[in-house]
Design a protein around this ligand. Sequence first.
Ligand SMILES: [Zn+2]
Length: 94
Amino acid sequence: MTMKCERAQTQVMAYLSGALDASSAARLMEHIGQCPTCRAELDCLREVTNTLSGLGVRPMPESAANRVRERLAENRSRPRKPFFSGIGRCALAG
Ligand SMILES: [Zn+2]
């Protein structure tokens, strides 16, 4: 592994919002290619991002993404809300 999962996953949202610089994105993609866990995270967040753009919501800034991540951690043991069904699958994959 060229990058720790923890670091990779903090960069996934930045990558999806186009905020990640090219060299960091390349390292992230290298890790994603080798790590099924982070690939699942990317796929899930991409799906969520696409859903949000479909609703006319702008991509989340990283601070908001971190809040979502905290909510995810809280929600793992709670019943899912329909809006977060995609994220729920993500939590299962992780
Ligand atoms: Zn990983």
